[in-house]
Each structure stands twice: as C-alpha cells, then as structure tokens.
Design a protein. Structure first.
Length: 349
C-alpha cells in the first residue's frame, strides 16, 4: 500500500493574517478608486465595475439584489431557478443592469437547455457562471469546453476548485474566471461531511499565481465575514470576490421576514446543497448523497445599500493604509503579517 502523502506547509485563512500598513501619499479614502476594467483570455467582452459579486444562491442572487448592486457597479450571479419568462421581464424593465449580471448553470437535467434559451432571449447578459460543488471531475472540464464552444464570446466563470493545477485545466477548457473555494462558506458543511477543503487565503494566493501566469482570473468564493476579509482576498490576488452570507438577510435577499415571539425580525438563509434547497428544487436529498449545507435564521438587516456602502468604505480604507490608489494596485502593495489575534473582543456581545 502506498504511503499517504502529507503536505506539512501551513496553509492560512483570513483569520491568520493582517495587512502591514505602509507610508504613502494618499490624502483621503475618497481618493481611492475601486472600479476596475478587465479583459479576458477567451471572451471578447470587457467588464468595468467594482469586482464584488453576489453569490448565485436563491437567498442572494435575486433580481432585487442585482438592481441594487448595479447602482454601485457591483456584479450579481443570478440563481439558476429564475424562469426564462421572469428573466425576460426583468431584462425589459432593467436594461442598464444586464452588463452587471451572469446567468448560472449547473450540469443537472436540462440546465444547459435552459441556458441556451436564456442566452437566445437576452443576449446582452455578458457572463455565464458554471457552478458545481466539485470542479475536479473530468466531466466538468468537458462541460466547460462544451459551453465555451456554444458561447465563444461570453465571459465564463467556472468552479469551484482550490489548487493551481485545476485552475489551469479550467482556463485551458475555456473558462475566463475560475471560482476558488471549497467549504469556507458560512452555510456550507462540505468540510464537515467530507473532510475536503483548503484554507481560503492560501487557496487564493496559489490559484491566483497559476491563473495570472496563464492569462486568466480567479474569483474568491466563500469565507468572507467582514469588509477586512474581502480586502484580504483582493490583497492575496483575487480578481473578484463573491459574497453569500454578507449579503443575506436584506430586503433584496430572497425569502420572507419572520418576527419571533421576542419581536426580533429574522430571515432564513441556507446553502444550495442543504436539505432545504434540495427539498425545494429536487424533491429531497437523493439516497446516494448527503446534505452539504445548513439552514439558519439570521437577523433581518434592512436595505442592502447600507451594507454595500460600509463594505466599500472598509476596502477604500485598506487601500489608504497600504498606499494603493486603485483597487487594482492592492495586491502589489500587500504584505501580510501572521497573527494570533485579530480583534479585541472585550466588549463584544
């Protein structure tokens, strides 16, 4: 029997580091530009905007979320359970939002047929998100190749993976942006159920190096709990950062507001591999698999605009501490220091 290989190098997460501040000439946070312009390895499109992305969860990637985020030049990957007719109605009423959204598609059932119908009906949506939990299968690589052949001009996001060699494979297959993250999400239980994963900061650093050497981009997906984590993802080399839990619980998120006996208002939030999601869209958890997501109630947070402004303000402040006049400069200005403590929590509730 072959000996089990163990990689002894310590891998890091957002909680393990802080930015080292540096002397610079930035006068005000207001002078920091967060808008970036991207060209892509395969797609003929360019994208201009703030590269923060709402996840394609049905409690996050909604039409209302897309409208609000587009006002701030942020991006939304729409969840795949919107109907073609609903999409057409939304597109007709909100043509200015279309450059800031992506269709989502999995490999199950008639997902690809629906994607083809969406692209034919709404050609002004520039991007497609190919989303599976395990991006390491040859079947998924072949699927990316197939979708690139069908849609040669679209921006294609594909994932999820956490290692450089698989980033290269997906870029070669036709992806423009590879989604990075296995198990770091707030309602993901993959690491508990499978024992598989990779600390997110190290995954970003290693995958970004591989992608950029090949002319591609990466999108960090999962693990951000605050604006500082988003900044760390960008500092580590992420071109885009996807958010789920940080955008959940708002007016624009999916689901109803519930009032508890205590008077506290909450909303439901769940992973798309949870039993809640599978019961909703697939009739239940199939016998051959287990749920890899959880369902939680989170405090109702009101309009998402306040969260967006707080998040963008935090990232501008990061840039001002390290001397990055533009978000695109943050990676080059980043030095991380290892830490044993992030915050002083003496007055935390």
């Amino acid at each position: 029997m072959p000996r089990v290989e163990i990689e002894s190098e310590v891998k890091l997460d957002f909680k393990d580091v802080l930015f080292r501040p540096k002397r610079n000439d930035i006068r005000s946070r207001a002078d920091v530009d967060l808008v970036r312009e991207y060209k892509f390895k395969h797609s003929t499109h360019t994208y201009t905007g703030v590269p923060i992305v709402a996840s394609n969860m049905d409690t996050v990637g909604t039409f209302d979320m897309a409208k609000q985020l587009a006002k701030h030049q942020l991006f939304t990957t729409m969840h795949k359970h919107h109907s073609v007719e609903d999409f057409k109605e939304f597109a007709s009423a909100n043509p200015d939002v279309l450059p800031h959204i992506a269709f989502s598609c999995g490999m199950a059932g008639d997902d690809l047929t629906k994607l083809q119908a969406l692209v034919a009906a709404i050609p002004k949506v520039p991007a497609i998100c190919l989303d599976v939990a395990n991006g390491y299968s040859d079947h998924f690589v072949d699927f990316v190749k197939k979708v690139r052949g069908l849609f040669p001009e679209h921006i294609i996001l594909a994932g999820n993976v956490v290692t450089g060699e698989m980033v290269e494979e997906l870029l070669k297959a036709g992806a423009d942006i590879v989604k990075v993250g296995i198990g770091p999400g707030s309602v993901c239980t993959t690491r508990r159920q499978t024992g598989v994963g990779y600390p997110q900061l190290s995954a970003i650093m290693e995958c970004a190096e591989a992608a950029h050497a090949y002319g591609g981009h990466i999108m960090s997906d999962g693990g951000c709990t605050c604006p500082g984590d988003i900044a760390k993802a960008f500092g580590a080399g992420a071109d885009f950062v996807m958010l789920g839990g940080m955008l959940a619980g708002h007016d624009e998120s999916g689901g109803e507001v519930h009032t508890l006996e205590s008077g506290k208002k909450v909303k439901m939030f769940y992973g798309m591999s949870s039993s809640t999601a599978m019961k909703k869209y697939a009739g239940g958890v199939a016998d051959y698999r287990s749920s890899e997501g959880k369902t939680v109630t989170i405090t109702y947070r009101g309009p998402v605009s306040a969260t967006i402004l707080d998040t963008l303000g935090g990232i501008r402040s990061t840039c001002s501490y390290v001397g990055a006049h533009r978000l695109g400069e943050l990676h080059a200005h980043t030095t991380f220091i290892r830490v044993t403590q992030q915050l002083n929590n003496v007055f935390s509730s």
